[in-house]
Design a protein around this ligand. Structure first.
Ligand SMILES: [Zn+2]
Ligand SMILES: [Zn+2]
Length: 760
């Protein structure tokens, strides 16, 4: 990421210029660029009183001195004496957009994830906050200094006196219309007072939003069982001190983790502090919101469908300390709570906590750092913790609290593993085998509800040419096109390319292509054919495009208006419906055989999470897992709900292969339109990195270069290599040392991903 061209060639300043600059105020600015550099500018006298860290400014930058928007990160720092400084052109924000502690946290993110500080700030502060969406300037009046004393000795008409009374009773500027109403007057007494210099006009930015939060019905506390109480005590202890501690709450599905969070947060709120609860976006269901809404009087829910105005409004409320609990997806970790008391990160294993674009931060690690700086506890919750978190807790770095049982002594559901290789229906092309079909029928006949899980959307994932012996791929990506029958198009799930299905193979011209495999659309058709009387809903990103449709379908399922809910990951997570008596996993193998170091972990997590959707009420539940690898250890351990057994086994394998968490990784990707160039340049890059590693010494290793598993994505060829070291700090130091000398050809793009989760 060298951008030397962006920097100014240092003009040699004259000595008298340096002397003049030395006693002028300067500010340190970062720009949204992939560079760790900060830039110094002179602060013009007119701006000296206005400028503060956390504001945006316009500064001349680059050869043409084009004005660019940057963030002030420090004021009054001594400038480097070697360069002539330019002046800040304008201050954009009246108030800082971000408080000092959060400013420092964004610096940490930039360092930890090798991004530019300005890039991080630009990404962390919502667009709605930057443009002050949903607010307008209004004219207000306030008392001039000493106005009341002055007025006491004056003879004023009663209306003017009334205006002064209203202003003296309010604790700030009052908008003109409110002032007129309260003083029961028109504009002339106000103008008269202004002319007498007793009151002053001011402009204030006010929100045009109003609070439309419907208060949820109050709910009483549930009685905690001994396991829950023990877990709560473990959280309360650092909370009361208060000090930072990370607590990993490993609780099986249905063990009542949410109630523990709520009780801990209530204590936080009683101290006048705020809580941040991070959940995967998919878990921000009405059910979750109701659950928190019924226990706290002020809640801010930050989900991805908020408008800029809504997001800005929440941001302001949170910053003023008016919100007790902020609940939201990944980016809610940046909520500007003034007195943070605790962070809870639920479903800790979810990959969506990692951002897949610059800055590539993981919300768990940011939450860890933020709560460490604030000296408050961080609670991580999961039925299937990541091996990274489990390993830390097992080593005693974090505290491990186990909730091995479900609430009210409900058993975990029995899991039956069905071998589809010998199933007569599956061998004839069905998705639902004989055993699962019988079980679905029985569950529905008994008045229960069924969840069917298949992790593939569309109708058929492959259109196969028998002559070429391969599927039709996206012209822009190295990915098979999926047949979406409802739209009549073949679709690339990576870049959204679509085309009508060809009658002949686009490569060799052979007619008679074959549709292979089944996605959720085909499964839906099979379910409707086999159970014509059942009420069926498919839940995947195609069927749930309309905002709110996901929530609506879940509400209907909760009310019992749906018998069979089938879908992708969307239905695997967090749903809590007491009447679900059967869960079917259509194909456990699709995840298991991915060439990814976390394939086993993800398979275990998915089976455990899907299985967790049943047996949560009075009725017993059961799970059927269809697989072609019934003897696979991962599937067996998942069927026995044996997380500890799985974790021990997997950790041993990771150590053996020197994979995380036994080591730390950073992935470097080079992309470009010409494969030969990409290959040549990444080879040079790897040589340079190897040479740098030799200079530094230590246990630094580099894997690759190699073509990425998805070689071509959105028209660009991709090669990657992986840096590994026992300690992430070593990787960061390695990259920082190597970075200044990395010079890729202009048409190539370089990405570095620290702690990568996506290795495709
Ligand atoms: Zn062909
Ligand atoms: Zn594509």
């Amino acid at each position: 990421m060298p951008q030397p061209r962006l920097f100014d060639p240092p003009d040699a300043p004259e000595p008298w210029e340096l002397a003049a600059e030395a006693d002028r105020t300067t500010a340190e600015i970062v720009l949204p660029l992939p560079t760790p550099t900060t830039f110094h500018y002179l602060v013009p006298d007119a701006l000296r009183e206005l400028i503060r860290p956390g504001q945006r400014v316009k500064v001349p930058f680059g050869r043409g001195d084009q004005l660019r928007v940057g963030f002030v990160v420090a004021v009054g720092t001594p400038p480097p004496a070697t360069r002539r400084l330019k002046s800040i052109d304008a201050v954009i924000d009246r108030e800082p957009l971000i408080a000092d502690d959060m400013l420092a946290l964004t610096k940490w993110i930039a360092d930890r994830y090798l991004g530019g500080w300005g890039q991080v700030l630009d990404s962390v502060i919502p667009a709605g906050v930057k443009k002050q969406a949903g607010t307008r300037e209004i004219r207000c009046f306030q008392l001039a200094e000493g106005a009341l004393e002055k007025a006491a000795g004056m003879k004023l008409p009663p209306r003017q006196r009334a205006v002064l009374d209203v202003l003296s009773e309010s604790d700030g500027p009052v908008p003109v219309d409110q002032l007129e109403a309260a003083a029961q007057c028109g504009t002339s007494p106000i103008h008269a007072l202004r002319d007498k210099k007793l009151i002053l006009p001011v402009r204030q930015r006010r929100s045009t939003m109003t609070d439309d939060v419907v208060p949820a019905a109050r709910m009483a506390d549930l009685i905690l069982n001994p396991d829950q109480q023990r877990a709560l005590d473990a959280i309360l202890e650092p909370l009361r001190t208060p000090r930072h501690e990370t607590i990993l709450l490993h609780g099986v599905t249905g063990s009542g983790k949410t109630e523990i969070y709520i009780r801990a947060i209530r204590e936080v709120v009683s101290y006048g502090r705020q809580a941040i609860v991070l959940v995967p976006e998919i878990s921000l269901t009405p059910q979750t919101i109701r659950r928190f809404g019924s226990r706290f009087s002020s809640l801010a829910v930050l989900h991805s469908h908020l408008s800029d105005a809504e997001r800005h409004w929440h941001w302001q409320r949170i910053a003023r300390g008016e919100v007790e609990v902020v609940i939201g997806a990944r980016s809610a970790v940046f909520a500007p709570t003034p007195h943070l008391g605790i962070i809870v990160l639920d479903e800790e294993h979810e990959t969506t906590f990692k951002q897949n674009a610059t800055p590539r931060y993981h919300a768990r690690e940011v939450a860890r750092e933020r709560s460490r700086r604030a000296g408050v506890p961080l609670v991580l919750g999961s039925a299937t913790p990541t091996l990274e978190s489990f390993d830390r807790a097992r080593q005693g770095i974090d505290r491990l609290i186990e909730l091995p049982n479900r609430v009210e002594q409900r058993p975990l559901p029995p899991v039956v593993v069905v071998d589809t290789r010998t199933d007569p229906l599956v061998s004839r092309g069905h998705s639902i085998g004989r055993g699962l079909q019988h079980s679905i029928k029985r569950s529905i006949d008994d008045g229960g509800q069924v969840i069917l899980f298949l992790n593939l959307r569309g109708y058929s994932p492959v259109l196969w040419c028998l002559k070429c012996n391969e599927g039709v791929k996206c012209p822009d990506c190295d990915i098979s096109l999926t047949w979406h029958r409802d739209r009549g198009r073949l679709l690339c799930h990576s870049c959204d390319f679509d085309m009508p299905p060809p009658e002949r193979c686009p490569k060799c011209g052979q007619p008679g292509m074959k549709y292979l495999g089944a996605g959720t659309q085909k499964l839906e058709q099979e379910v409707r054919t086999k159970f014509p009387d059942a009420r069926v809903v498919r839940m995947d990103s195609d069927a749930m495009k309309k905002p709110g449709s996901h929530d609506e379908a879940l509400e209907r399922f909760r009310k019992g208006e749906i018998d069979i809910l089938l879908g992708t990951q969307m239905i695997a997570k967090g749903l809590d419906f007491p009447n679900v008596t059967l869960v079917g996993v259509i194909d456990a193998d699709s995840m298991l055989h991915q060439p990814d170091l976390r394939a086993a972990e993800r398979t275990f997590q998915l089976i455990a999470q899907v299985a967790g959707r049943t047996g949560r009420g009075e009725k017993a539940g059961r799970v059927i897992v269809q697989t072609m690898s019934p003897d696979d250890a991962v599937i067996q351990l998942a069927a026995q709900h044996d997380y500890l057994g799985f974790a021990e086994r997997e950790l041993a394998q990771r150590r053996e292969h020197q994979a995380p968490p036994a080591t730390n990784l950073a992935r470097v990707i080079v992309r470009g339109p010409r494969e030969d160039l990409v290959r040549a340049e990444i080879r040079k890059l790897v040589e340079h990195l190897k040479a740098t590693a030799l200079e530094i010494g230590g246990d630094l290793r580099i894997l690759g270069p190699a073509p990425a598993p998805i070689l071509k994505l959105k028209k660009l060829f991709r090669y990657h290599c992986q840096l590994s070291a026992p300690d992430v700090e070593q990787i960061l130091a390695w990259w920082r040392k190597a970075e200044p000398k990395i010079a890729l050809t202009e048409e190539l793009e370089l990405t570095i991903d620290v702690d990568p989760l996506d290795l495709r």
